[in-house]
Design a protein around this ligand. Structure first.
Ligand SMILES: Nc1ncnc2c1ncn2[C@@H]1O[C@H](COP(=O)(O)OP(=O)(O)OP(=O)(O)O)[C@@H](O)[C@H]1O
Ligand SMILES: [Mg+2]
Length: 509
C-alpha cells in the first residue's frame, strides 16, 4: 500500500533542518517529519489536496518509520505511536481512520498532506542561519499559549534601585505582551539621572543580559525633572504573548475611516495596536539582522493593505532577489508584470519604468490641477491606484546592480505626490547599502534587532535597536520628526497570507 511521499523541495527542507537547524545531519529524517506534522496540526484548516501523490526527486517513507507502526518498543525509545497519530488525525478531520482499508488509505493520505504542509510552513518561516530552537519554541508552543503569566518584579526593582543609590516606590505595573511597565515614584526628584545611568546595572540585578535593556520612559514629560518614571522591563520569553495575524485582519477590516495606505505593524509595549500611513512616511526602510523579523514585518505591512484595499486602489511592485518571501503575493491581481521580480536586471528595468510612470503621473496631476494623488482620487479626477514598491533585500539588489540606486533615489525624491511609495528591507544596515541620498530621502524607519549600536544608528539615527528582543521586536519611526516608538510585530504566517489572498480569487483582470 502507498506510504508517505515527499517532493524534492521537501527533501531539501528536511536536510537543511537536520544540518543547520538541529545540527544533527545524521539523525533520522523522521525527526523532521514529526515536527512538520506537529506544525501542520496547529493550523485549524485542513491541508490542501494538492499535497497528494508522489513526484520525481522526492522520497517515500514507510509508515512504520514515521509513526512506528508495528514496531516493538526498544531501548532507544522507538515505539509504536501509530494509534495515537491515527486518533489525532481522526479527531482533526472528524473521520474514523481506524476501520477498513478505505479509512487506512485516507489516514495515510491525510498524514502525507499534513507532513508536507508542515514542511512548507517550515520553509516559509524558517531559514538556515536562523535559530531553529527559537523557531520551534515560537511556532509550536508560544503561539499556542495565550494565558497571561504573572510576573512581578516590584521588590527586586526596589532593591536594584537601592543598589544604584536610588530610593523609590513602585506605584503600579502593567503587563504588555513581552514587557512589564513599572511605574516608579522617586523619593528624590534629583535621582532621575542616577536611574538613567544605572539601567544596565539594574538589569543585571534582575538577571537580564546586557543585551536586553530596561528602557526608561519619562512619564510626566518633564525629562530630568521627572519624579514618576516608567521602567519597561522585558520578561522571559516563556511569558510572551504572540500577536497573531488574525488581530491584524480585525484592525484592517474594522477600521474603514483611515488613510488608504494605513498599516498596522504591531502593538505597543502595552499591547495597543499601532498604525501609520505609508503615504505620509512617504518611504520606509526596514532594517534588522538576519532572523530578526523583517520579512514577517513586511508581510504585516502588505496584509494591512491587502485586507482592506481593492486592486483598483493598489498596485504592488515586488522585488525579491533572494527569491523566497514575496512569491506568495503573486495571486494579487495588480502585481506589476504579473509576478514577483527576482532577476536583478528585471528589477532595474521595473524601477526605470516606475520613474517613467512617475513622470507621466506628475504631468497628469498638473493637467488636472491637483496637488497629489490622494486629492485627485478624492475629487474623482484621477483614478490611478497607489503603487507600493517592496524590495525584500536592498543590499542584494544594490550589490548585484549598483545602477539600481539611481532610479531608487529618483523615486524617493519625487514619487511621493504621485502615490508611489517604497518599502526597502535590508539585513545589512551599513552605509554602503543605505547611503547618502537614499538615506536622506527615506525618512520612515523600522528597526528590528541589530547587533550593534552603530547598526541601529544607520537605520534610526539613534542607538537602541541593539537592545531589542528579536522575533519582531521593533523600534518604529514612521516619519521624519515623529518620535521613536517600541512595538512588537504581528506574527503573520503563510496561512494568514493565503487566507487574505483568497479575497482575490477569480479577480484577475
Ligand atoms: N512578530 C513576530 N512574533 C513572533 N515571532 C516572530 C515575529 N517576527 C518574526 N518572528 C520569528 O522570527 C523568525 C524570523 O523572522 P523573519 O523570517 O521575518 O526574519 P528576517 O529578518 O526576514 O530574516 P532574514 O534576514 O534571514 O530574511 C520567524 O520565523 C519567527 O519565528
Ligand atoms: Mg527575510
Amino acid at each position: 500500500m502507498a506510504d508517505i511521499y515527499t517532493d524534492a523541495e521537501d527533501e531539501r527542507t528536511i536536510v537543511e533542518v537536520l544540518l543547520h537547524g538541529l545540527g544533527t545531519p545524521r539523525a533520522p529524517k523522521l525527526r523532521v517529519l514529526r515536527i512538520a506534522l506537529a506544525r501542520s496540526l496547529q493550523i485549524p484548516t485542513p491541508p490542501a489536496n494538492e499535497l497528494d501523490g508522489s513526484s520525481l526527486g522526492g522520497s517515500e517513507y514507510a509508515l512504520e518509520r514515521i509513526t512506528g507502526a508495528g514496531q516493538s518498543a526498544d531501548e532507544e525509545g522507538r515505539r509504536d505511536y501509530d494509534l495515537a497519530v491515527r486518533a489525532m488525525l481522526s479527531i482533526y478531520h472528524g473521520e474514523d481512520m481506524f476501520h477498513g482499508e478505505e479509512s487506512d488509505r485516507r489516514y495515510r493520505r491525510c498524514l502525507q498532506r499534513h507532513i508536507r504542509r508542515g514542511l512548507q510552513e517550515i520553509r516559509t518561516t524558517w531559514r538556515p542561519g536562523h535559530d531553529f530552537h527559537g523557531f520551534l519554541y515560537h511556532e509550536l508552543f508560544a503561539a499556542a499559549t495565550t494565558k497571561p503569566v504573572r510576573f512581578d518584579l516590584a521588590q527586586e526593582i526596589i532593591a536594584g534601585l537601592r543598589e544604584i543609590g536610588v530610593s523609590a516606590q513602585i506605584r503600579g505595573v502593567e503587563n504588555g505582551p513581552r514587557i512589564s511597565r513599572y511605574r516608579v515614584y522617586l523619593d528624590d526628584v534629583n535621582h532621575y539621572d542616577k536611574v538613567k545611568r544605572g539601567l544596565d546595572k539594574l538589569g543585571l540585578h534582575l538577571g537580564l543580559s546586557t543585551r536586553q535593556g530596561i528602557l526608561l520612559q519619562e512619564d510626566d514629560g518633564r525629562g530630568r525633572e521627572a519624579r514618576v518614571l516608567a521602567l519597561d522591563v522585558p520578561r522571559p520569553a516563556e511569558s510572551w504573548h504572540t500577536i497573531p495575524g488574525a488581530r491584524l485582519r480585525e484592525w484592517a477590516t474594522e477600521n474603514r475611516d483611515v488613510p488608504t495606505l494605513t498599516v498596522w505593524p504591531g502593538v505597543d509595549v502595552l499591547g495597543e495596536p499601532i498604525h501609520f500611513d505609508v503615504a505620509a512616511s512617504p518611504h520606509l526602510l526596514v532594517g534588522g539582522t538576519t532572523g530578526s523579523g523583517k520579512s514577517v514585518c513586511l508581510h504585516a505591512l502588505l496584509l494591512s493593505l491587502l485586507w482592506r484595499l481593492e486592486p483598483t486602489d493598489l498596485q504592488l511592485t515586488l522585488i525579491d532577489p533572494k527569491r523566497v518571501e514575496l512569491a506568495q503575493y503573486a495571486p494579487f491581481p495588480q502585481v506589476t508584470g504579473g509576478q514577483v521580480i527576482e532577476d536583478v536586471g528585471d528589477a532595474l528595468e521595473a524601477l526605470q519604468d516606475l520613474v517613467d510612470e512617475m513622470e507621466r503621473r506628475t504631468l497628469l496631476l498638473r493637467q488636472q490641477e491637483v496637488a497629489n494623488l490622494a486629492e485627485g482620487r478624492a475629487q474623482g479626477r484621477i483614478e490611478l491606484p497607489y503603487v507600493v514598491v517592496v524590495v525584500e533585500e536592498l543590499a542584494d539588489l544594490l550589490f548585484q546592480s549598483r545602477e539600481a540606486e539611481a532610479p531608487l533615489v529618483r523615486l524617493t525624491q519625487k514619487a511621493r505626490a504621485v502615490g508611489i511609495h517604497l518599502i526597502l528591507a535590508t539585513q545589512r544596515p551599513d552605509s554602503e547599502t543605505f547611503s547618502g541620498l537614499l538615506r536622506s530621502n527615506v525618512p520612515g524607519r523600522i528597526a528590528l534587532s541589530v547587533r550593534t549600536g552603530a547598526e541601529s544608528r544607520i537605520i534610526l539615527d539613534e542607538t537602541g535597536a541593539e537592545k531589542l528582543l528579536g522575533a519582531g521586536d521593533m523600534l518604529l519611526r514612521p516619519q521624519a520628526g515623529a518620535g521613536t516608538r517600541r512595538a512588537h510585530g504581528v506574527r503573520v504566517g503563510s496561512d494568514d497570507i493565503r487566507l487574505c489572498l483568497q479575497r482575490f480569487r477569480g479577480n484577475r483582470p
